[in-house]
Unconditional design. Structure first.
Length: 200
């Protein structure tokens, strides 16, 4: 998406003075140069007031000085946007895997709210509509699937109470037909969720 063109001039968000756009960089955030410098200095003073702040500032300045002496532009070794996204995705996956109980508690809390109930109702309506549009499964076909399973879950091969699972989920365009349905236990069915299962 293209960035909208900058206006020729704007009013500073802090002091209200009129500033020409060509006089200040884009990253000033609609502030005049004096207000931006004041805000930046205020942030720096707050950072240096924290424990070890002066030592961190001296170390950062020393590294930048060494880079400039060696012909390397300052902050050249900062992470790229792709690396930042990859690091963020990895952190999200680790949190998702290590906080199962917390996620379940948050989901239960959300489901008790008005918006949570409406969201669940909407999902069930959409799912029923998709099943109705592709439904060709008959009772005899489902009975035959249960008989051929021998009472064993299709995924873990354990003898448990079986439920109906779509190999290609309805949410991903799968059909409610005999060729797309297997008998699976509830834990396997629930953990598979809306993911495809590759039949090898």
């Amino acid at each position: 998406m293209a960035r909208p063109p900058r206006p020729e001039s704007f009013d500073c968000r802090d002091c209200g003075s009129t500033v020409r756009s060509v006089d200040v960089p884009v990253n000033f955030g609609r502030r005049c140069r004096a207000c931006f410098n004041f805000k930046h200095a205020k942030i720096q003073r707050a950072a240096m007031a924290t424990p070890g702040g002066r030592e961190r500032a001296r170390e950062a300045n020393r590294k930048n000085y060494e880079r400039v002496r060696n012909g390397i532009p300052p902050h050249k070794d900062r992470m790229t946007n792709e690396a930042k996204r990859a690091r963020s995705s990895a952190a999200s996956r680790n949190w998702f895997k290590n906080n199962v109980a917390l996620r379940r508690a948050a989901r239960r809390k959300w489901n008790r709210t008005e918006r949570g109930r409406l969201s669940a109702l909407l999902r069930s309506h959409v799912r029923r509509a998709r099943i109705k549009a592709t439904a060709t499964l008959t009772v005899d076909e489902w009975t035959d699937i249960l008989r051929r399973s021998g009472g064993l879950c299709f995924y873990c091969r354990e003898r448990r109470r079986l439920t109906m699972d779509h190999v290609t989920p309805i949410a991903l365009g799968g059909a409610h037909a005999a060729w797309n349905i297997v008998a699976a236990c509830w834990p396997c069915n629930s953990s598979k969720g809306a993911k495809r299962y590759l039949l090898l």
